[in-house]
Design a protein around this ligand. Sequence first.
Ligand code: NI
Length: 265
Amino acid sequence: MNRFSFFDALWTQYLELTPQASAIQALFASNGAEVINDHVAFRTIDAPGLDLDTAVGCFESIGYTVFDTYTFPDKHLDALALCVPDDPSAPKIFVSALRRGVFNREIEALLDRLIEPANQPLTLQSFLGSYPFTKPSWPEYNALANVSEYAAWLSTMGYRANHFTVSVNHLTQFASMDEVISALKTAGYRLNTVGGEIKGTPADLLVQASTLADQVSFVFSDQHEASVPSCFYEFAQRFATEDGTLFQGFVPNNANAIFDSTARQ
Ligand code: NI
């Protein structure tokens, strides 16, 4: 599997759980826009074989290199950004991981039990839609979500693209993020409003917005069936640094709010 076949398979798999993404892409394309991915995001947990080091090894196999690191203390997350150094047109990868040892004993024991079957290290294939966990019960899911919506999302969705991100810089028919948001709202899409619809300012060199995640039905271990958040679509506009090139990193305050796109609604 090379980088191109990986992203083709990832996009196909993502659309199965995120129908809004194909509709939004069609909306942009109907205006004549070329839809280019700024980045794709993945989630995992700090445990042997599942941690950020393991994930990085998977992405290195298709040409990626880590170029920045971030921490999100409020959400108990660490994250890395990766790029393909010799191909700036490649989508960046943002991969985050839930910290362990920060929750109470009951939650830690629950996390231990849910991830216990994951005894094989992650591979690149794992990120194309895999679920190496034990399912939580409905009460366990809610207990997890009450301390970490991120953990609850991982406990139902497993490994897949959490979101793709449209490069607003390439949407030449939209002059600003405001216009993109206006088009999305006119078409009836619900946006993540945590920290405002637009996260960041041009002074941050990165402005972002995102939809709320689609919902899918999930059958819990106690046979309770409920709708849970699946995946969402993000929009990013980058601004030039002092040397005239577009900023390529991420802004922790923005990302902290974007994580909430998969919170229970
Ligand atoms: Ni993102």
